[in-house]
Design a protein around this ligand. Sequence first.
Ligand SMILES: Cc1cc2nc3c(=O)[nH]c(=O)nc-3n(C[C@H](O)[C@H](O)[C@H](O)COP(=O)(O)O)c2cc1C
Length: 166
Amino acid sequence: MKHYLIGYITQTQTTKEAAQQIALQLENNSSQQISIEVCSLETIKNLETYDKIILGSPIHGMRVMPEFSEFLSNHKEQLSGRLQGLYVVSYLYPTCRTFWKKLILRGIQRLSRSHGVTRYAVFGGKLPEAMPTFVRFIFGTPDGAPLDSRDTQEIDRWVNDSLELN
Ligand SMILES: Cc1cc2nc3c(=O)[nH]c(=O)nc-3n(C[C@H](O)[C@H](O)[C@H](O)COP(=O)(O)O)c2cc1C
């Protein structure tokens, strides 16, 4: 039986919820019996007990949280050969200007490359309250854009299309 770990950092739970959705989709679509643990990065004990690892971070300031990059570099050796995918959760990504989209995408691509990972994704997130007009203007987020840009189907597609399910 393969042992999966979906690890995340979160402040307002959306990256955790994305991890749970990834786990659900893996469970539903794997042709073999698998075990899946979903836990925050701080509570992970021994990475070497897992066969496949997927890790996620919220986007803050257009990049992954510093603790996330630190976790990856501090555990590079144990992650090697196990890290299957990286994902980030970004409220702005689905609606912002191309400039910002590219910035977010380049960040996750760079991180993926330096850890030998070819499967990465940017998922929508959510905000607790609307951004001031001038901030919306800077990012190019349309007036009246919903505060929740999450899409569970997008997560399901990523799991089905990009991850090795066995
Ligand atoms: C301090 C802070 C900074 C943020 N910066 C960005 C950002 O630069 N780009 C973006 O797309 N979303 C940004 N967000 C929105 C988060 O990506 C979004 O709220 C996400 O759902 C948070 O994930 P979490 O619930 O797992 O903490 C920011 C949120 C906070 C609280």
